[in-house]
Write a protein that binds this ligand. Structure first.
Ligand code: GLN
Length: 206
């Protein structure tokens, strides 16, 4: 099968790092700023950045409704840090609507001042035995997970990596390290989605 076309939302944030990391992991990534660019994507990555700004820009660029429609229809989406906040159902400390694509409640900038930026060896059993070098930058944590949400990693007892069906969210930034395991995990979700769509089935993540 051809390399998956993974759009990286490019309204604001660490877009280039994601483009490079996705390419290294074997995808065909490109920047998405308009609904027409989004249209041809097999999957979407929402990078780190500033969630309040990006939520306003999504609306202004007319991207919010198409993203919600396609992701609810099974298109894979991965949000890192700010992307997790944008995809969450609820944000504990923010009175602004989100895309509501994954049934979690998050708290922004939650790990405290001294930990605004840290690299932590994070056990992620779904990715194998060795810890993942997880970079946290003013990262959110997850305060509540809905019943269909798989909790894939915790830091200090708080959820920092989750998946619900076709939506993956990480508090940390795998695009800033050489370890490609989270990217490969997401690309496996994308391949499954493409295969199911090819067969005309509804997508269900294994
Ligand atoms: N603190 C940012 C926010 O609330 C997220 C930080 C990041 O994406 N690195 O949007």
């Amino acid at each position: 099968m051809a390399e998956p076309k993974v759009g990286v939302l490019a309204l604001q944030g660490d877009v280039d790092e994601h483009l490079r990391a996705l390419e290294r992991a074997g995808a065909a990534p490109y920047a998405v700023k308009t609904p027409a660019e989004f249209e041809r994507a097999d999957a979407l990555v929402v990078p780190g950045g500033e969630s309040t700004t990006v939520m306003k820009l999504l609306e202004r660029f007319g991207l919010d409704a198409p993203i919600v429609e396609r992701v609810r229809g099974g298109m894979p989406l991965w949000g890192t840090c700010m992307g997790m906040i944008v995809a969450a159902r609820d944000v504990a400390d923010l009175d602004q609507p989100t895309l509501d694509l994954i049934d979690i409640t998050v708290r922004r900038n939650a790990f405290g001042r001294q930990n605004q930026s840290a690299e932590v060896p994070l056990p992620i059993p779904a990715l194998g035995a060795s810890a993942f070098p997880a970079i946290f930058i003013r990262a959110p944590w997850i305060e509540r997970c809905g019943p269909a949400v798989e909790l894939l990693a915790k830091r200090d007892g708080r959820g920092v990596m989750v998946r619900e069906r076709n939506v993956l969210a990480t508090s940390f930034h795998p695009e800033l390290t050489a370890d490609q395991r989270v990217h490969r995990f997401f690309l496996a979700m994308v391949e499954r989605f493409k295969a199911e769509r090819f067969k005309g089935k509804n997508f269900t993540a294994a």
